[in-house]
Design a protein around this ligand. Sequence first.
Ligand code: NAD
Length: 444
Amino acid sequence: MSTLTSYDPITREAIGTVAITTPEQIPALVASSRKAQKNWGALSLTQRQQLVTQAYQHLESVQDQLAILISQEMGKDYQRATYEAGGTIQSGAYFAQEIAEALSTEKVDRSTELQYRPLGVVAVISPWNYPLAMANNLIMPALMAGNSVVLKPSEETPLVAELFVNTLNEILPENVLQLAQGDKQTGQALVSSDINMVAFTGSMATGKHIMASAAPGLKRLVMELGGNDPMIVMASANIDAAVQFAVGSSFENAGQMCTSTERIYVDARIADEFERKVVALAGRYQVGPWDQANVNIGPIVNQKQHENIVAQLKDATQKGAQLLLGRDEYALPFIQPTVITGMTPDMLLEQVETFAPVIAISHFKSINEAITRANDSPYGLGAVVFGGQGANSVAEQLEAGMVAVNQGVGGGNAPWVGAKQSGFGFHGTASGHRQFAQVRVISK
Ligand code: NAD
């Protein structure tokens, strides 16, 4: 039996191992999921809601273990890991209810109705940065719609997934939710197998591979992909509020968040004050291990990603950007809080997602220049503008799935939506939940 070892990103010590699901084992696993789906899909929405709610309540018994595993496997501080575990578990009953309402049969006229039917077997492929929440966002609507689910979690965080799925399975019927552990080989085999849908959260590059592999079977896709989110700071902005947001959003989860602020365009007239205050606040952040007090920036998840970040920073300084905070030396596994200014469009840091505690600033002379730079990207996940009068009009011109004025994106009970190459299909709200179901129009 081949095994996958999960390592602590700081000490590189093994935390535990899981059995790998080899590509050869995938067809039989998917066949058993398909068999289990028949009974699961035949249950009423209310019956599924009851079982899912009960299963999520059962997770409370392992809430702290889940939080500790999140911290151990990907380095997030314990407080945020607890928040992720608790939020996922507590939202269970609420979302089961909301999804049940969204998927209830709708009358169109006297003789016609819309039914939301199961698709069959859904492959959920998830990333490591919010290992529980990201998997859960896709598993919950897929299960509630009457599909069986095979989860392929990130190879960086297999233990969180194992505990999550095994605990749910103490309540759910056999094989309705199964795990396929492994790296991209396991993921590729799953996408090419006899499944009906891939619900994926991860990078743009992997999204393109999955889309190509899913094409021969015209498999249904929901793609929640990477971002390179811009923030525009107008001269009329409340500078202190903009500084708070810029630093908090860039450093959250060590910058390893799909909607973290990646590019800041600030009006040249206020740039000095903005940068001075950003450096002062950013300098107060502490880098270190998850179980140490006062630490608010954890490690970078692995060496490959660390090398990618360092290459982007070196590329920027070689092309003329200046470091305002942060050292030009990068010992594994951390990236010190970094503020860099003088960004230009030819720099990698500007062009691709960085996923690090890095604040990258450009100055603009006209608001049109800022809007053009913000939109000049294949990404289109989130975009933020801070400003007074005119900020709403700037927001209307930003090409992103989620746009916000003087606050972060994703507020309220809204779906999580990417535009351009940051994805398509989405989860959350009734229209998101319905993407995990097949609509059947029936007139009788
Ligand atoms: P990744 O794309 O490297 O991996 C994601 C998952 O895909 C992993 O489980 C991996 O094993 C699997 N995989 C890799 N290659 C595959 C293939 N060819 N076929 C099938 N599966 C394959 O992403 P990551 O590094 O785990 O996560 C970080 C990325 O996720 C960032 O780009 C981030 O922005 C994005 N993300 C997006 C959202 C969102 O809601 N839009 C949320 C969280 C993370």
